[in-house]
Design a binder for this molecule. Structure first.
Ligand SMILES: Cc1cc2nc3c(=O)[nH]c(=O)nc-3n(C[C@H](O)[C@H](O)[C@H](O)COP(=O)(O)O)c2cc1C
Length: 208
């Protein structure tokens, strides 16, 4: 029995294109894998701690093997709890809108909280950096415009390469991309993009 973690990044809910495609994926996944569990993580409902000065003090005292204060320990437990929820999954689905050519700040905040040395990655002078997370990812991306190869706008895409670079850093290289775009076009073009991405999502989900 596998565990799939679904990370939802759009705050637009019923109006969201990426969530619609993710729902198509999850429905197909649930019927093809009835014994698996699906954990839904809405990044706009979860309490993400500020990653500020005191949190960094906690991080560096732990990293340097010093004894953290009681407050630092408590702050770090929140980080560990969020990381454990993330790392306990075998498979991941992310639905991610493009915001200003990159990922929404809420996802960046989540990444900053859970990407910790000794949890998500390790370093040794002999062997360098190593990711400590395993699993596979279906990444569902939405954007108003199109940024695929040959579109002339690839260079502006800081959403997919940046996100997948982070996945690689923590150890996840098995990534399937599903793109729903354009979401700002004629109603026919938007409906076609939505239908194509939802079909693709269902296909991927059945054997994921
Ligand atoms: C704050 C903000 C910034 C955006 N920036 C871009 C952008 O740089 N490029 C783009 O193609 N679309 C941009 N969009 C449009 C969204 O990517 C598009 O509406 C997408 O469908 C949003 O995903 P969702 O429908 O799942 O919420 C932006 C939307 C918002 C709200």
């Amino acid at each position: 029995m596998a565990k799939l973690l679904y990370v939802e990044v759009s705050p637009r809910k019923e109006r969201s294109h990426s969530i619609k495609v993710a729902n198509a994926f999850l429905e197909a996944y649930a019927s093809a894998h009835p014994d698996d569990t699906i954990d839904r993580l809405d990044l706009w409902s979860v309490d993400l701690p500020a990653f500020d000065g005191p949190m960094l003090d906690a991080k560096y005292s732990i990293m340097h093997g010093q004894e953290p204060s009681a407050a630092e320990k408590a702050a770090w437990q929140t980080v560990e709890g969020l990381f454990e929820r993330f790392a306990s999954a075998d498979k991941y689905v992310f639905s991610i809108p493009m915001w200003n050519f990159g990922i929404p700040y809420r996802l960046k905040h989540y990444i900053d909280v859970i990407t910790q040395p000794g949890l998500a990655w390790s370093f040794s002078p002999e062997t360098g950096y190593a990711g400590m997370v395993s699993g596979k990812v279906a990444a569902i991306y939405s954007s108003a415009g199109v940024y695929h190869e040959g579109s002339g706008a690839e260079a502006f895409d800081g959403q997919k390469p940046g996100f997948e670079g982070w996945l690689g850093f923590i150890g996840i290289t098995d990534v399937t991309r599903i793109v729903v775009a354009p979401t700002l076009a004629t109603p026919e073009e938007v409906a076609a993009a939505q239908a194509q991405a939802s079909n693709e999502a269902r296909d991927v989900a059945r054997t994921f």
